[in-house]
Design a protein around this ligand. Structure first.
Ligand code: CA
Length: 145
Protein backbone atom coordinates (compact mmCIF):
# COMPACT_ATOMS: atom_id res chain seq x y z
CA UNK A 1 0.00 0.00 0.00
CA UNK A 2 3.04 2.25 -0.12
CA UNK A 3 2.40 5.48 -1.97
CA UNK A 4 -1.39 5.35 -1.70
CA UNK A 5 -2.71 8.76 -0.75
CA UNK A 6 -5.82 9.30 1.34
CA UNK A 7 -7.57 12.65 1.67
CA UNK A 8 -9.25 13.01 5.05
CA UNK A 9 -12.04 15.58 5.12
CA UNK A 10 -12.86 16.34 8.76
CA UNK A 11 -13.52 19.61 10.58
CA UNK A 12 -12.83 18.20 14.04
CA UNK A 13 -9.12 18.61 14.67
CA UNK A 14 -8.87 15.85 17.26
CA UNK A 15 -10.59 13.33 15.02
CA UNK A 16 -8.55 14.43 12.03
CA UNK A 17 -5.25 14.12 13.89
CA UNK A 18 -6.13 10.72 15.36
CA UNK A 19 -7.26 9.34 12.03
CA UNK A 20 -4.26 10.73 10.16
CA UNK A 21 -1.91 9.16 12.69
CA UNK A 22 -3.55 5.73 12.41
CA UNK A 23 -3.51 5.79 8.63
CA UNK A 24 0.09 6.98 8.46
CA UNK A 25 1.02 4.09 10.74
CA UNK A 26 -0.76 1.79 8.32
CA UNK A 27 1.51 3.13 5.58
CA UNK A 28 -0.67 5.65 3.77
CA UNK A 29 0.20 9.13 2.63
CA UNK A 30 -2.24 11.66 4.08
CA UNK A 31 -3.75 14.88 2.80
CA UNK A 32 -6.31 16.78 4.86
CA UNK A 33 -9.12 19.29 4.40
CA UNK A 34 -11.27 20.85 7.11
CA UNK A 35 -14.24 22.15 5.14
CA UNK A 36 -16.27 21.40 2.03
CA UNK A 37 -14.68 23.96 -0.27
CA UNK A 38 -11.14 23.01 0.66
CA UNK A 39 -12.06 19.34 0.25
CA UNK A 40 -12.87 19.90 -3.42
CA UNK A 41 -9.81 21.98 -4.20
CA UNK A 42 -7.52 19.62 -2.28
CA UNK A 43 -8.98 16.58 -4.07
CA UNK A 44 -8.31 18.25 -7.44
CA UNK A 45 -4.79 19.26 -6.49
CA UNK A 46 -3.66 16.14 -4.64
CA UNK A 47 -5.48 13.52 -6.73
CA UNK A 48 -5.80 11.14 -3.76
CA UNK A 49 -6.44 7.42 -4.27
CA UNK A 50 -9.29 7.59 -1.77
CA UNK A 51 -11.30 10.19 0.17
CA UNK A 52 -12.65 9.83 3.71
CA UNK A 53 -15.50 12.29 4.01
CA UNK A 54 -17.24 13.63 7.10
CA UNK A 55 -20.83 14.75 6.49
CA UNK A 56 -21.12 17.63 8.96
CA UNK A 57 -18.73 20.21 7.50
CA UNK A 58 -18.54 23.97 7.25
CA UNK A 59 -18.60 25.51 3.75
CA UNK A 60 -20.59 22.78 2.05
CA UNK A 61 -21.62 19.63 3.91
CA UNK A 62 -20.53 16.13 2.89
CA UNK A 63 -23.41 15.57 0.49
CA UNK A 64 -22.55 18.74 -1.41
CA UNK A 65 -18.91 17.66 -1.54
CA UNK A 66 -19.90 14.20 -2.83
CA UNK A 67 -21.97 15.75 -5.58
CA UNK A 68 -19.29 18.21 -6.61
CA UNK A 69 -16.57 15.55 -6.65
CA UNK A 70 -18.74 13.30 -8.78
CA UNK A 71 -19.35 16.06 -11.32
CA UNK A 72 -15.70 16.97 -11.80
CA UNK A 73 -13.81 15.00 -14.40
CA UNK A 74 -10.56 14.70 -12.47
CA UNK A 75 -12.19 13.71 -9.16
CA UNK A 76 -15.22 11.73 -10.32
CA UNK A 77 -13.51 8.36 -10.16
CA UNK A 78 -11.92 8.73 -6.72
CA UNK A 79 -13.63 6.35 -4.29
CA UNK A 80 -15.24 8.10 -1.30
CA UNK A 81 -15.96 6.52 2.09
CA UNK A 82 -18.32 8.57 4.25
CA UNK A 83 -17.55 8.71 7.98
CA UNK A 84 -20.31 10.20 10.08
CA UNK A 85 -21.82 10.24 13.54
CA UNK A 86 -25.22 10.79 11.92
CA UNK A 87 -27.56 7.86 12.11
CA UNK A 88 -26.97 5.45 9.22
CA UNK A 89 -30.75 5.28 8.76
CA UNK A 90 -31.46 7.25 5.61
CA UNK A 91 -27.98 8.82 5.54
CA UNK A 92 -26.30 5.58 4.46
CA UNK A 93 -28.62 5.20 1.48
CA UNK A 94 -28.35 8.87 0.62
CA UNK A 95 -24.55 8.74 0.75
CA UNK A 96 -24.34 5.61 -1.38
CA UNK A 97 -26.79 7.10 -3.86
CA UNK A 98 -24.69 10.27 -4.03
CA UNK A 99 -21.67 8.17 -5.02
CA UNK A 100 -20.00 7.03 -1.80
CA UNK A 101 -18.78 3.44 -1.83
CA UNK A 102 -19.28 2.90 1.91
CA UNK A 103 -20.75 4.52 5.01
CA UNK A 104 -18.97 4.04 8.32
CA UNK A 105 -20.65 5.17 11.51
CA UNK A 106 -18.56 7.16 14.01
CA UNK A 107 -16.87 6.54 16.32
CA UNK A 108 -14.81 4.83 13.66
CA UNK A 109 -13.63 1.30 14.35
CA UNK A 110 -10.14 1.41 12.82
CA UNK A 111 -9.96 -2.25 11.71
CA UNK A 112 -13.33 -1.85 9.99
CA UNK A 113 -12.14 1.34 8.32
CA UNK A 114 -8.84 -0.20 7.20
CA UNK A 115 -10.72 -3.15 5.72
CA UNK A 116 -13.02 -0.82 3.79
CA UNK A 117 -10.02 1.23 2.61
CA UNK A 118 -8.13 -1.85 1.46
CA UNK A 119 -11.18 -3.14 -0.37
CA UNK A 120 -11.68 0.23 -2.05
CA UNK A 121 -8.04 0.34 -3.12
CA UNK A 122 -8.05 -3.27 -4.26
CA UNK A 123 -5.45 -4.26 -1.67
CA UNK A 124 -5.90 -7.82 -0.49
CA UNK A 125 -6.39 -8.15 3.24
CA UNK A 126 -3.45 -9.39 5.31
CA UNK A 127 -5.46 -12.40 6.50
CA UNK A 128 -4.31 -15.67 4.97
CA UNK A 129 -6.55 -16.93 2.19
CA UNK A 130 -8.91 -19.74 3.13
CA UNK A 131 -7.66 -23.28 2.60
CA UNK A 132 -8.76 -24.67 -0.74
CA UNK A 133 -11.22 -27.51 -0.28
CA UNK A 134 -9.35 -30.77 -0.29
CA UNK A 135 -10.31 -32.91 -3.20
CA UNK A 136 -9.53 -36.59 -3.63
CA UNK A 137 -7.20 -37.21 -6.57
CA UNK A 138 -9.12 -38.13 -9.70
CA UNK A 139 -9.50 -41.86 -10.05
CA UNK A 140 -8.42 -43.40 -13.32
CA UNK A 141 -11.32 -44.95 -15.19
CA UNK A 142 -11.62 -48.68 -14.63
CA UNK A 143 -9.62 -50.61 -17.20
CA UNK A 144 -11.70 -52.10 -19.97
CA UNK A 145 -11.42 -55.81 -20.06
CA1 CA B 1 -17.94 17.21 11.41
Amino acid sequence: MAGKKILIVEDDNLQLTALARRLKTAGFEIAAARDGLTAISTARKEQPDLILLDLGLPAGDGFVVLQRLGMLINTGTIPVIVLSARTPIGNRDAALKAGAIAYIHKPVDIPVLLKAINEALGISSPEPPPEPPSQPPPQPPPAQS
